[in-house]
Design a protein around this ligand. Structure first.
Ligand code: NAD
Length: 418
């Protein structure tokens, strides 16, 4: 019996079993590798604008501390529960290890629809959540970052709340902060930039010329909007985009600069165009060269996978593809999958740069951030594709195996206390 339940956790567990079998990990070591070190559950009360008091449930899961502090985003969404947060923390562990970062994985969140909160209520929720977490986080214990439903502003409130408690400014307690408060240049764009960098590596591998290629991007938040922008900069025609309010498709290509301007003004894609309005359930299976899910988990199941018409599946979101879909993709073979823990690693890589810069109080130019990011992603891409080829396994299996192996080796060498 475990507190970690639900479809997203089941997915992380199923994926881990595949890797554990492939790596032939001893059965008595498997639970030690999979189950999180700690899970924290808090009640987060706030005053609503109408004078009432409302309590939200908040979580933080720290997967392992074998390689250094834990690191991971904070999600404000209705879907958040302990199982989802634990799965995301586990994926963060494999992701950080694959990228060679000195972190274990963590994730946190609050079960709330952030769109239902005023700005004042969002600030109250953010500050109270961080305040409840103070005993369990720290620059060398657990470092938070943004995820769905949170952003630079929320990170600035987290940092301020922690700093007020400590009586000194502690910028290194969170990453993904505004540059004005100790953030790094290039962090906001890092995840989408990394997705596109790796999609271009994939394109090279299959001899696809980006100029004139087509792309569909699901989700138009931090990751999706930067991905669409960077794709357009490389001459890729973005023919479909969606968010939770609207879905747009135009085979002649959408104007990404106008989409960004609309979202900057109105907050979502709603109201952008009636002519390009499209069925959101059919978006992922339209013909395109590059497909980027950049919103929710489990949007590509076995049924969707069998209908995909893309050549590259670049997973911007965490966990967009179910284990059933992986089986279908393994059969089909013609789709080049850049798995999530590799594809969206740009975010945590530049978060790591931000943490290092904050600890040293020595700040880098954006060109240095981007060059070092590309270097780390290229190394991981080469390791994953080489391993997949060598062992005739999927790129997801190769990527996760590299991550799991590193965590397992650290645990083995450190030993089990006492
Ligand atoms: P965000 O909150 O900035 O944006 C999420 C987007 O998804 C919004 O546009 C929202 O409208 C859209 N969305 C929600 N439900 C949808 C639906 N049913 N259909 C279509 N669109 C929908 O979040 P984000 O930071 O861009 O994160 C997106 C994904 O990327 C998540 O899976 C997150 O875990 C992952 N990720 C984010 C980062 C990062 O640095 N922000 C890093 C790695 C991975």
């Amino acid at each position: 019996m475990t507190i970690y339940q639900g479809p997203v956790f089941d997915m992380a567990r199923q994926q881990f079993q595949v890797i554990a079998d492939y790596l032939d990990i001893a059965h008595d070591q498997r639970e030690r590798l999979l189950y999180p070190k700690r899970a924290i559950t808090v009640s987060v009360p706030i005053h609503r604008d109408d004078g009432t008091t409302e309590v939200f449930q908040g979580y933080r899961v720290q997967h392992h501390l074998s390689l250094g502090p834990t690191k991971g985003g904070t999600r404000f969404a209705k879907s958040v529960d302990i199982g989802e947060v634990a799965a995301l923390a586990i994926w963060m562990s494999w992701k950080c290890a694959l990228a060679g970062l000195p972190y274990g994985g963590a994730k946190g969140g609050v079960t709330v629809d952030p769109a239902s909160l005023s700005l004042r209520e969002l600030e109250a929720l953010s500050r109270r959540y961080m305040q409840e977490m103070i005993p369990f986080v720290g620059p060398h214990t657990d470092v938070m970052a943004p995820d769905m439903g949170t952003n630079e502003q929320v990170m600035a409130w987290f940092m301020d709340t922690y700093s007020v408690y400590r009586g000194e400014t502690v910028t290194e307690i969170v990453t993904g902060k505004p540059v004005a408060t100790g953030g790094t240049v290039g962090r906001r764009e890092a995840t989408g930039r990394g997705v596109v960098h790796l999609a271009m590596r994939a394109a090279e591998s299959i001899d696809l010329n980006p100029s004139g290629a087509s792309a569909i991007v699901q989700g138009f938040g931090n990751v999706g909007s930067v991905t669409a922008t960077e794709l357009a900069l490389r001459g890729v025609k973005v023919i479909g985009v969606s968010d939770h309010t609207a879905c747009l498709y135009d085979s002649a290509g959408l104007d990404v600069a106008k989409l960004n301007a609309h979202v900057a003004k109105h907050g979502t894609l709603a109201g952008f165009s009636t002519e390009a309005a499209f069925d959101p359930h059919a978006l992922l299976t339209q013909k395109c060269d590059i497909l980027v899910p950049a919103a929710m988990e489990r949007v590509i199941d076995g049924g969707v996978a069998s209908q995909l018409q893309c050549r590259i599946l670049a997973e911007g979101a965490n966990g967009p593809t179910t284990p059933d879909a992986d089986l279908v993709l393994a059969e089909r073979q013609e789709i080049f999958v850049v798995p999530d823990i590799l594809c969206n690693a740009g975010g945590v890589v530049v978060s790591y740069f931000e943490w290092v810069q904050d600890l040293q109080q020595l700040f880098w130019e954006e060109s240095e951030v981007n060059a070092r990011l590309a270097q780390i992603l290229d190394r991981a891409f080469t390791q994953v594709t080489t391993r997949a080829h060598r062992d005739n396994v999927s790129q997801r299996t190769a990527a996760m195996a590299i991550g799991v192996e590193k965590v397992a080796a650290a645990k083995e060498k450190r030993g089990l206390f006492p």
